[in-house]
Design a protein around this ligand. Structure first.
Ligand SMILES: [Zn+2]
Ligand SMILES: [Zn+2]
Length: 127
């Protein structure tokens, strides 16, 4: 099976192509993802070798754990790479153009969730 997903930032300067089946689809409720995206942030990961990106990605180090890739012009929060885990990249499911073929599996960093929305989707909740 050949899975090719294409995605982009809101202004279109950053484009990406993913040639592997995305894994670990999750919604992150941590405060950094919430502030970066304006809400919880949904992503999935693939091997870095199956992922290509073009455009002026700006990498932010907001925590010890990760670097986040954004578009410096439109501000889209697109990518997440764990420090010490450069072999994988997570990308925002909301930035995919067209169907993702992905189903969310987990809510993560639930302990940092904001109070204005319920979490009753039946998915696994972590921390
Ligand atoms: Zn952009
Ligand atoms: Zn997060």
């Amino acid at each position: 099976m050949t899975d090719v997903l294409n995605g982009s930032c809101a202004c279109g300067q950053i484009q990406f192509t993913c040639r592997a089946t995305p894994k670990g689809a999750a919604v992150c409720h941590c405060s950094q993802c919430r502030k970066m995206s304006g809400h919880a942030w949904a992503s999935a990961h693939v091997p870095r070798t199956s992922f290509e990106m073009t455009g002026p990605v700006k990498w932010l180090r907001l925590s010890e754990q990760a670097e986040r890739g954004i578009c410096p012009d439109c501000g889209s929060f697109l990518f997440w790479v764990g420090v010490g885990h450069p072999d994988f990249i997570s990308f925002a499911l909301g930035s995919v153009d067209g169907p993702t073929g992905v189903a969310l599996g987990r809510n993560i960093f639930v302990s940092e969730k904001a109070d204005y929305y319920p979490l009753n989707d039946g998915l696994i909740q972590e921390r």
